[in-house]
Write a protein that binds this ligand. Structure first.
Ligand SMILES: [Cu+2]
Length: 325
């Protein structure tokens, strides 16, 4: 058991169970995460420049495949994609991944802002016109076979689902009907979910699928999707929605987690995934197949390990973030 937070008259009382690690619940909001369409051109440029810096930075981890620091982030997702999807730790792992991206941009590429998010529901019905695809101030557009404008038009992807030595271009292929799953009505339905499991499934099936399969191409590849830099803005948005659900009832939802550590066999079959290795299964630290707050989230060493419990509080010590509207 970790900290149970009770909010009374504006004061937070943390009841720490034995062995719980310290965190500062509820008041660390240094990383202001803004919606892309609300950011100034200068703020957008600062983020894109930091992302390009990461792509230009040499790898540090001695891993097979990554040619840059940025590739190492893609790698962290790629090597455990059969263990971080369709499981209880899906939302926490991706929350920590967005944090890792934010932290590395700040500490290694002089980025001073918070991680942006893509407010997707506002772009339903006008995907093409979204500010995220602006060639001058955004991530470039759909392009033809390859994204052919914007800052990432010459990006070479080194990692894909089956190879650590790929040389592919960034690719997008819009499916507006699928993107429509991000609509506010669906988001509202997810916010009405009573349990973590319900909220998580609703978020996966609607806004999560919308951003991946609605944009299509590189970001639609469940394994190598972080090859599209837009991935991080999409996942920041998903994380924002999870936090919105948590924040609606912190007493019962701040530390609510459930689900399994290993994805259902039907899911593994569907995605052509191998059964997660013993190394991955042992690493998580959960004794059985039920995801707990003690479940270890692994970032291949890009940032230190954290537990699910460590990342549940967006305003806590690890994330220290706030989504700004
Ligand atoms: Cu993922």
């Amino acid at each position: 058991m970790r900290a149970v937070i009770l909010w009374t008259c504006g004061l937070a009382y943390a009841a720490l169970a034995a062995g719980a690690t310290t965190s500062t619940p509820g008041n660390c909001t240094a990383n202001k995460r803004k919606a892309w369409h609300k950011m100034s051109d200068a703020e957008k440029t600062a983020f894109i420049d930091a992302e390009l810096c990461l792509m230009d930075s040499p790898p540090k981890m001695g891993l097979e495949g990554p040619n840059s620091r940025w590739d190492e982030l893609v790698y962290a997702h790629l090597v455990q994609s059969n263990f971080i999807h369709s499981v209880g730790a899906f939302l926490p792992w991706h929350r920590y991944f967005v944090h890792a991206h934010e932290y590395i941009l700040q500490t290694e590429c002089n980025y001073t802002g918070g991680h942006p998010y893509w407010h997707e529901s506002l772009d339903v019905g006008a995907l093409n016109e979204s500010s995220v695809f602006d060639p001058a101030t955004g991530f470039g557009g759909e392009g033809g076979h390859c994204v052919d404008d914007g800052p990432f038009q010459h990006l070479v992807l080194h990692l894909n689902q089956t190879s650590l030595h790929d040389n592919a271009c960034l690719h997008r292929s819009f499916v507006p009907e699928t993107f429509a799953l991000a609509k506010q009505e669906n988001v509202d339905a997810c916010m009405a979910a009573a349990t973590y499991e319900e909220a998580w499934n609703c978020l996966i099936e609607n806004p999560h699928v919308a951003g991946h399969l609605g944009v299509g191409g590189t970001i639609a590849d469940i394994v190598a999707s972080p090859g599209d830099p837009l991935f991080y803005l999409h996942h920041a948005n998903l994380d924002r929605l999870w936090w919105e659900w948590q924040a609606a009832n912190l007493t019962s939802r701040l530390y609510q987690i459930s689900g399994t550590n290993v994805p259902p066999q039907s899911y593994l079959d569907e995605e052509n995934f191998e059964y997660p290795s013993a190394a991955l299964r042992d690493y998580d630290g959960d004794p059985g197949n039920v995801t707990t707050l003690n479940h270890t989230l692994w970032m291949v060493g890009l940032v230190p390990n954290a537990t699910v419990g460590d990342v549940m509080d967006l305003h806590g010590r690890v994330n220290c973030a706030e989504y700004v509207y």
